[in-house]
Design a protein around this ligand. Sequence first.
Ligand code: ZN
Length: 68
Amino acid sequence: MKRKCPVCGKSTDSATDADFPFCGERCRTLDLGNWASEKYVISSPAFDESMFEELERDLEKHDSGEKE
Ligand SMILES: [Zn+2]
């Protein structure tokens, strides 16, 4: 089966390319990296904001409750 590498467009063959449909390990890694960074961008803002709010509330509790 012949295809084109989705990263660089070079023609690849499932019979000869171990990293099919990518032309090589470099392009396969690049494509995985794109996926990972997209996921990271989507999930990180909401996650970070709620984490900060919880942390701030915790800090306030400690400030008022644990004075000597
Ligand atoms: Zn490629």
